[in-house]
Design a protein around this ligand. Structure first.
Ligand SMILES: Nc1ncnc2c1ncn2[C@@H]1O[C@H](COP(=O)(O)OP(=O)(O)OP(=O)(O)O)[C@@H](O)[C@H]1O
Ligand SMILES: [Mg+2]
Length: 394
């Protein structure tokens, strides 16, 4: 898959951009703060409805403007598809595929796949569980786009269940609110287990690619391995709660070993029963995929808290390169678009060359850099200059 043409209107610092991208490597160069990341962010957002810089979409609309538009002509196997995304400050967002409006914005997912590697990805290794969940969930949705709906359903149920728990806490748990809670539990378990099973499945599929990518980039024998630390299994609930309150995420929990949906549902049901009094006391949902974490092992130690800075970089990069391989193998749209935002400057010469070697045959690669000299010469690229929200073909 590659993008032939990208058009932006009122997106970030772009009033308007109209760029014909090439297959293969595209290099965006320019001084700091000119719009290089903004441009690749538009591609990532169109492809995943996620940004590597913000949670919402409002910051992507140009200051003082009401609407931003991203339009891309994507091509795979000689078939073109025109994708459009309209981000509105006041009104609901809209998406169009070949000019036809989609029912939901998320229906645009699955048409263009992309994998982004950026310095922010160190957060996946070093910071809190939400970064690791975001990593895995973005990938789940790209491999199985219908999961965008499952996540939305889970979020909705979680929110409503939390509201119910809060009001039960205020009014004292009464019979009627408890039976309503039972009904919500059923949906929470059903959607939640689907998500957990998908994560287990995905991690299993990612494993060989992760191993290969880490060996290639780091040239080290340490084996990277991902485990799921699940709130469904946390042994000691009281301890678990204390940890949450302390903001400490080294929660005592076992690792989830099963990917069987029925077994996961059973674990979920049992765990919900045992935490019910605590949940009523606190007014929040304490178990489910929104509370789970991934443990990224390097050898026998977790990367978080143990890996060196260089190892953490290699790990983060390996996660993205493995995602790239996985999407190439598991989807029908060929290579995902690989976005490398500002990463070459951060790597030593050896890893730069190895990274270049690994990505140079990808169908399309978008690279941003403040100085072109940081990019290994083996990457023959179409070069664009970015200055004050204007892109020119060099
Ligand atoms: N919603 C917005 N409206 C207007 N300008 C914006 C908006 N969001 C970001 N910007 C501007 O875009 C610029 C940042 O662009 P970007 O992050 O793409 O820079 P860059 O070229 O990647 O720089 P660097 O080399 O430092 O990474 C900043 O000057 C910022 O003020
Ligand atoms: Mg940048």
């Amino acid at each position: 898959m590659f993008i032939k043409h990208l058009e932006l209107n009122n997106f970030r610092n772009y009033l308007r951009a109209d760029v014909s991208l090439a297959p293969g490597v595209n290099l965006l160069v320019g001084p700091n703060g000119q719009g290089k990341t903004n441009l690749v962010e538009a591609v990532r957002y169109l492809s995943t409805l996620q940004s590597h810089r913000v949670a919402g979409y409002i910051p992507m609309i140009k200051q003082d403007e009401a609407q931003a538009v991203v339009r891309a002509l994507a091509s795979h196997d000689d078939r073109d598809v025109l994708l459009e995304l309209e981000l509105n400050r006041e009104n609901p967002n809209k998406a169009r595929i070949n000019k036809s409006p989609t029912q939901k914005v998320r229906d645009i997912l699955g048409y263009v796949n992309s994998v982004t590697f950026a310095p922010e990805d160190l957060d996946i290794i070093k910071r809190d569980p939400s970064n690791r969940r975001a990593f895995i969930d973005e990938l789940v949705v790209q491999v199985w786009p219908r999961f965008a709906g499952v996540y939305a359903d889970y979020e909705r149920v979680l929110k409503q269940r939390n509201t119910l728990l809060k009001s039960a806490r205020q009014t004292g748990a009464k019979g009627s609110s408890l039976s309503t809670l039972d009904a919500w539990d059923q949906s929470l378990i059903s959607y939640g287990s689907e998500i957990i099973a998908a994560r287990v499945d995905l991690i299993e599929r990612l494993r060989p690619h992760l191993f290969a990518a880490y060996q290639s980039i780091a040239i080290a024998n340490n084996e990277p391995k991902i485990l799921i630390k699940s709130s469904l299994l946390s042994a000691n609930v009281a301890h678990y709660l204390d940890e949450i309150e302390d903001g400490n995420d080294t929660v005592e929990a076992e690792f989830l070993k099963t990917g069987d949906r029925t077994e996961i549902e059973e674990l979920f049901r049992l765990k919900l029963q045992s935490v019910r009094p605590k949940e009523l006391e606190r007014g929040i949902t304490l178990v489910g995929p929104h509370r789970d974490d991934l443990v990224l092992l390097l050898g026998t130690l977790p990367a978080k808290g143990y890996a060196s800075h260089g190892e953490s970089w290699s790990y983060a990069l390996a996660l993205r390169l493995a995602s790239n391989e996985l999407l190439r193998n598991e989807t029908r749209s060929g290579d995902p678009i690989l976005i490398l935002d500002d990463v070459f400057a951060e790597l030593d010469a050896g890893r730069r060359e190895r990274l270049a070697q690994m990505v140079k045959h990808n169908e399309q690669v978008l690279i941003t850099a403040a100085v072109a000299e940081d990019i290994p010469s083996q990457l023959v690229a179409t070069v664009f200059h970015v200055k004050a929200g204007e892109v020119t073909n060099a």
